[in-house]
Design a protein around this ligand. Structure first.
Ligand code: GAR
Length: 250
């Protein structure tokens, strides 16, 4: 059997998706193991989950850096023009200063995050309820030299519908009759990268927002380990389709 895929995980909160991945690893449903858990928030339940399973963890708070970025030195290897030109978060007509400020502050935080993660060699990084958007600075550092992208994210909606911070709330508010969740590779935009897997649920008359969150989360706990398992088994490849890069599953 191939060596287990080394999975690094980043969280911001409760970590139920992290738990689902840990459980799938421990039950050997997937050929993987979680090698670290990082959080941008101290004291969250996901960190206690890591400790319970003997997984090393760290906290790297974005908050102080994003509040006062001028107090921090930019990473020496940051090519800000390159990062700003690659990002898809700000349109070309928005003020270039905004994109530069955004990317430089993110890069400061991301360099510190990379320094923590470098202590634990990993094959893929899973964002499991990590409520921060990566800039091209960190994405390139993690992906370069590899055939496949190496950062996965789970999103609580059927992308490309409802990217952003509240996928379930947006699905409910829109009056959708079907909702779902998506695992995708992270690219230079927000929730816009190539889709690896999706699961859908029916929204019944009378379902509340809480009901659909519950239905969605239960599907997330199946979907995320499945997608990590596909990566671990070498079943994912990238292909061009029109202007897009898509994931093919063998
Ligand atoms: C999950 O619903 C996940 O899809 C969502 O946060 C929740 C985390 O729950 N992620 C995002 O919205 C990312 N933009 P968890 O901490 O219990 O896994």
């Amino acid at each position: 059997m191939k060596d287990k895929l080394r999975v690094g995980a980043l969280i911001s909160g409760g970590g139920t998706n992290l738990q689902a991945i840990i459980d799938a690893c421990e039950a050997e449903r997937i050929n993987a193991r979680v090698v670290f858990v990082g959080s941008d928030q101290p004291g969250v339940k996901g960190l206690a989950r890591a400790e319970k399973h003997g997984i090393p963890s760290f906290v790297m708070e974005y908050g102080p850096i994003l509040q006062r970025p001028c107090e921090y030195r930019l990473p020496e290897d940051l090519d800000l023009d390159d990062v700003v030109s690659k990002q898809h978060l700000f349109s070309r007509d928005q003020t270039p200063d905004r994109a530069r400020d955004y990317c430089s502050a993110r890069a400061v935080a991301e360099a510190k995050l990379l320094a923590e993660m470098e202590k634990f060699p990993f094959d893929i990084l899973v964002l499991a309820g990590f409520m921060r958007i990566f800039s091209p600075y960190i994405i390139d550092k993690i992906n370069i030299g590899h055939d496949l992208p190496r950062i996965m994210n789970i999103h609580p909606a059927l992308l490309p519908a409802f990217p952003g911070v509240d996928g379930y709330g947006d699905t409910f508010a829109y009056g959708c009759k079907v909702g779902g969740c998506t695992v995708h590779f992270v690219d230079y935009g927000e929730d816009s990268g190539p889709i690896i897997g999706q699961k859908a649920y029916t929204i019944d008359p009378g379902d509340s927002e809480m009901d659909i969150r519950k239905k969605g989360l239960e599907l997330e706990w199946k979907l995320y380990p499945e997608c990590v398992g596909l990566f671990a088994d070498g079943r994912l490849s990238m292909a061009s389709r029109g202007k897009r890069t898509v994931v093919e599953i063998r």
